[in-house]
Design a binder for this molecule. Structure first.
Ligand code: ADP
Length: 266
């Protein structure tokens, strides 16, 4: 008996399959989220990896920005609920989750039982999101996955005062044109994102353990900048991009178990 959770974000699609003991059988991440072929490709990939097929999946839950468009799902659940469940499963001591994705940032405060008690989200502009970092990486002529390493070579942190991605891009171009070291600019970019994210997180209350999820958690430069900004230690979730999909799979398995223990027909 297997359950599948799929998280269709703005930048990527993620999927996790678990068995009834909640062991992860396989997972997959592909670039391309809602409105792209990402969801189809990620499911193809996990079935190749696991040797399973749709017939083997008892229940499927979709989450994320693109969850409504996924026809194969038995149910759709908000990413807040799924992230909280996924992270609490991996790190039971979590009290604050910060999720930085492609186009939004979420902060959640959890009870010791893993229930979301407060939540805040920025999805109105690119500031503080993965998209902001992608735009800046392009100007610095590095891949977004190299931005954190570049920032580690900084001698100084250049203040990037514009929060708007469009204005910040111009500011970065003019700093580089005036001869500032790209590494120092990269450090300033991380500081700018970290300030923005920290500002959102304090609205829900930042209590340890703080767990960072989402694709941006792969950026060590940003993790360090955020820890500095919050003056607290930060744990990067294991498989940080997959916690929403894991939470969805856990809900799917719970729904299977509940319907098995409470049969609708005697
Ligand atoms: P969403 O759930 O909105 O689709 P993700 O959680 O997948 O978003 O995060 C996507 C963001 O993660 C990208 O915009 C990019 O900034 C960042 N990212 C993805 N992979 C890496 C990596 N290897 N190193 C650094 N940043 C990354």
């Amino acid at each position: 008996m297997y359950a599948l959770g799929i998280d269709i974000g703005s930048a990527s699609s993620k999927v996790v399959i678990i068995d009834k003991e909640k062991n992860v059988i396989a997972n997959a991440v592909v670039p391309g989220g809602a409105g792209t072929t990402g969801p189809v490709r990620v499911v193809d990939e996990i079935f190749v990896k696991s040797g399973l097929a749709w017939e083997d999946i008892t229940r499927t839950i979709a989450t994320g920005y693109g969850r409504i468009g996924f026809q194969r799902a038995d149910n759709q659940i908000s990413e807040i609920t799924c992230h909280a469940l996924g992270v609490h499963h991996l790190v039971p001591s979590v009290r604050t989750i910060i999720d930085i994705g492609g186009q939004d940032v979420k902060a959640m405060s959890l009870t010791p039982e893993g229930i979301v008690s407060r939540f805040a989200m920025n999805d109105k502009c690119a500031a503080g999101t993965g998209r902001f970092l992608e735009v800046m990486a392009r100007v610095l002529e590095v891949d977004v996955s190299e931005l954190g390493t570049l920032a580690e070579q900084a001698d100084a942190v250049i203040d990037i005062s514009s929060t708007c991605a469009v204005f910040a891009e111009s500011e970065v171009i003019s700093r580089l044109a005036s001869g500032v070291k790209p590494a120092d600019v990269a450090a300033g970019i991380h500081q700018s994102v970290a300030r923005r994210v920290a500002g959102l997180a304090v609205r829900v209350g930042v209590n340890p353990d703080i767990v960072l999820t989402g694709g941006v958690a792969k950026n060590g430069g940003l993790v360090n900048a955020l820890a500095d900004e919050l003056q607290q230690d930060i744990t990067v979730a294991p498989d940080c991009q997959l916690t929403g999909a894991l939470g969805a799979a856990l809900i799917a398995m719970k729904e299977i178990t509940i319907s098995a223990s409470q049969p609708m027909y005697a």
